[in-house]
Design a protein. Sequence first.
Length: 117
Amino acid sequence: MSSPIHSEIGTVFISVSNIEKARDWYCDILGILADGDIQFGHLYVIPMKGTGIVLDSKIYSEENVFNRPAFHLNTSNIQESYQFMKGKNVEILTDIQHDHFFNFKDPDGNRLMVCQC
């Protein structure tokens, strides 16, 4: 079957209440510089490898916050990542599950996951 739509995800939008604070928080936990431009006053494109993340304060509402992880961030060392996030005082929601992943929240309450690949 042929389709003009590619079988790949381009980017994931995350609703955030404060674009500047969210940019700084996400860039900090990802270990990247928060030196990109905020576009149109409400969008920040996080420089990622592979599928992108766009923070968007225009779409923010409590109903738009992820109640379960919609994706996971990759790691090659789940133990080190868990300790790193604890050291950053990130709200951790689960212990490491099956020696493979854990869930946490961003400052707006979006539930996210780190998974060892």
